[in-house]
Design a protein around this ligand. Structure first.
Ligand code: 13P
Length: 263
């Protein structure tokens, strides 16, 4: 049974392209997606967005402006400007009218040693400028096997949520629960397993700000496919998906967005 707060949270399905694509591949993917959405006009479909590699933000802006699909980046710096070779700022994302950025993806936490403090600073910088921080949290298989998954994920959530709450920005956030063992493995968390974690995340958020907690969208990520999306979406605390591999195929991504529409 969906409660009234769940009914207020519209689903969001975000494709994380990771380091994939190219000008012509992106054009084919985006025009395929827009075509499917147009053919389906009037039908029920979740709000869609793509998190593209930064060099393709301009292409995304040109291609997606005026359409229903949003765009954003996969990371951003918490700094505003200066000697930070290779990084880009929130203001640069705004130049390309990006609406959001992923922060704290496990691939960045692992490969770039991003701490909860760094992730929190990035989330605050985004929310402060009116962009949505899409904050990823998740546990390794070792942590899950040790029985510490809920504790470990809720600690990640608390860090970022408290930093946002201190600036009255918590309601801007979207969290994505992405168990590391489910990413790119073809082994999605079971819907009940994901729901258990999402409920724990929402409880953690409500200890900080109950009103914001009821409104914040919690996405699930990790081997989401069209075939598994509806069962995930049926869980009361799952409000959409962060999709990796399957977002690189227009039809599969579109079908996930349809399955996640909640209807
Ligand atoms: P996959 O959907 O390929 O498992 O990737 C999930 C992910 O990491 C999205 O951010």
């Amino acid at each position: 049974m969906l409660n009234s707060a769940a009914l207020q949270r519209s689903s969001w399905v975000v494709g994380n392209w990771k380091m994939n694509g190219g000008l012509s591949d992106n054009e084919a993917l985006l025009s395929g997606l827009l075509g499917l959405l147009e053919d389906h006009a009037g039908g029920s479909v979740a709000q869609c967005a793509v998190a593209v590699p930064a060099p393709y933000l301009f292409q995304s802006m040109v291609r997606l402006s005026g359409h229903s699909v949003g765009w954003g980046s996969q990371d951003v710096s918490a700094e505003t400007s200066g000697a930070f070779t290779g990084e880009f700022s929130v203001a640069m994302l705004q130049d390309f009218e990006a609406q959001f950025s992923i922060v704290g993806h496990s691939e960045r936490r692992a490969r770039h040693a991003e701490t909860d403090a760094v992730v929190a600073a990035k989330a605050v910088a985004l929310a402060d400028a009116g962009l949505v921080p899409l904050i990823c949290v998740g546990e390794s298989i070792q942590v899950r096997d040790s029985g510490q998954a809920v504790e470990s994920v809720c600690l990640q959530v608390r860090h970022v949520a408290q930093a946002l709450h201190a600036k009255a920005l918590l309601s801007h956030a979207v969290f994505a629960y992405e168990p590391i063992w489910a990413i790119g493995t073809g082994r999605s968390a079971a819907p009940e397993q994901a729901q258990e974690m999402h409920a724990a995340i929402r409880r953690t958020l409500s200890e900080i700000n109950a009103q914001a907690a009821a409104q914040i969208r919690l996405l699930y990520g990790g081997s989401v496919k069209a075939a598994t999306a509806a069962a995930l979406a049926a869980q009361p605390d799952i409000d959409g998906a962060l999709v990796g591999g399957a977002s690189l195929e227009a039809k599969e991504f579109f079908e996930i967005a349809c399955a996640m529409s909640g209807e």
